[in-house]
Unconditional design. Structure first.
Length: 209
């Protein structure tokens, strides 16, 4: 069974409260999502491998540590996941970015793929799938399966807000994928929106209805 990491850092929780506020406009909403994503990136990468290297400071030679091992890839689920990419790239500028386009069928609530463009070497990368909301888990599960079908072997899911139903769905379908999340909310409502949630993340990011 995968592990769920709920990030309770005070800065994350403070900014998440501002993100939730219905009076927060699109410009500030985008900035806050970027900031929280950067803080999440700090936590998500806590266990990356290091190797000892020798460098020369202005004072002397010394042994220190740098990242080693597998390269990273960031894969936002379109469109709302785009709001999280810049925050991750601020800390991980060498990471490659792929895109998976999904929309939820309003009748069946099932995810439908309309776009997929990924780095050619995803099987050699630790992939970070980004989506602000983990509601039913349908989109996340579909995106993760698309990646696995194309050869991905190491995947992490990062969300701002989720609920027990979505978490359980991802754990059941993909027990090898750890979930990193800023807040686990109460539940889903009858329209598959997270309660209390933050509304439609894509609409709030891009000023659409």
């Amino acid at each position: 069974m995968s592990t769920v990491f709920e990030m309770n850092h005070p800065l994350i929780q403070h900014k998440l409260s501002l993100i939730r506020d219905k009076n927060t406009g699109s410009k500030e909403f985008r900035e806050l999502v970027k900031e929280v994503s950067m803080l999440l990136a700090y936590e998500v990468t806590r266990d990356l491998s290091l190797e000892e290297v020798e460098i020369e400071t202005p004072i002397c030679k010394t042994k220190t540590k740098m990242l080693s091992g597998r390269k990273l890839g960031i894969v936002p689920i379109l469109r709302a996941g785009l709001g999280m990419v810049d925050g991750f790239l601020n800390l991980l500028p060498a990471a490659k970015v792929g895109h998976i386009g999904l929309y939820r069928d309003p009748e069946t609530l099932e995810p439908v793929e309309y776009y997929c463009k990924l780095p050619t070497d995803i099987n050699e990368r630790d992939l970070i799938v980004c989506d602000p909301m983990l509601a039913t888990g349908g989109s996340a599960n579909a995106a993760i399966q698309f990646l696995k079908d194309r050869g991905a072997e190491s995947i992490r899911l990062v969300c701002l807000i989720g609920c027990p139903e979505g978490i359980a769905a991802v754990q059941a379908a993909h027990p090898d994928v750890n979930i990193y999340i800023a807040s686990i909310d109460e539940k889903l409502n009858d329209h598959a929106y997270i309660v209390p949630g933050l509304g439609d993340a894509g609409d709030r990011l891009f000023g659409t209805k």
